[in-house]
Design a protein around this ligand. Structure first.
Ligand code: SF4
Length: 227
């Protein structure tokens, strides 16, 4: 595993559970509003070895419920399956944050996981505008379907980055209907926190899509806004 960071304690990255987050290096996409640009390159600086992560986790048995693999795009890493197995053997629940860039790698991982949070970047047919990568929407669509079909606990979440706000919320509504029609039950909207080189400095207020958010929330069994 190539590890770009470790958050030893969080209450927000695995809903309802106390968790540690392992930030995996590498992502095949180049989103304009990426919040983790330091993790984009697979061969970037390794902050921790996997053995160091395991030693840290061993000191947190009984204190944490779960370990979440985040990134970057964790499914890029071939040893992820074994790493998930190791944290589960230690007694932790295993969570994954993914953008769904590798449906063929994601599908065999799903049965090993206890929970998945999948980022939805834009309406599937408009992904390239956000990720810069042709075909990325098809990959995300396939991964989202795999996740929904699996029936494991999951959430779909969308960050209200500037592109999502510029049309008064019609993209957001479109995405929400797509997810609803695919069978998604849980949807989260996340506040955009600018960082990274390409991001503009001002934060974007929710008020500009407030009415749309009410309509979106009515589509799902559970919906909330993560600030
Ligand atoms: S998928 Fe996530 S990690 Fe990859 S470029 Fe987009 S925001 Fe950054």
């Amino acid at each position: 595993m190539r590890i770009g960071g470790l958050l030893p304690f969080t209450t927000i990255d695995y809903p309802g559970r106390l968790a540690a987050v392992v930030f995996c290096q590498g992502c095949p996409w180049r989103c304009d509003f990426c919040h983790n640009t330091h993790l984009l390159f697979e061969n970037g600086e390794m902050k921790f070895t996997w053995e160091e992560v395991l030693r840290c986790l061993a000191t947190r048995k009984g204190l944490l419920d779960a370990v979440v693999f985040s990134g970057g795009e964790p499914t890029l890493q071939e040893p992820l399956s074994a790493a998930i197995g190791e944290v589960r053997e230690m007694g932790f629940l295993a969570g994954l944050h993914t953008a769904g860039a590798y449906p063929e790698k994601f599908e065999p991982l799903v049965p090993l996981l206890d929970w998945v949070g999948m980022d939805i970047k834009a309406p599937f047919e408009e992904y390239e505008m956000v990720t810069g990568i042709s075909g990325s929407g098809d990959k995300a669509y396939e991964s989202a379907n795999i996740l929904i079909r699996s029936g494991i606990p999951c959430e779909f979440r969308t960050t209200l980055h500037p592109m999502m706000m510029e049309d008064g919320g019609s993209r957001l509504m479109h995405m929400a209907h797509d997810l609803k029609n695919m069978g998604a039950k849980h949807f989260v909207i996340q506040k955009y926190h600018p960082s990274g080189e390409k991001a503009p400095s001002p934060s974007f207020p929710f008020q500009s899509v407030g009415g749309v958010i009410d309509s979106v929330s009515a589509l799902f069994d559970s919906f909330y806004i993560r600030l």
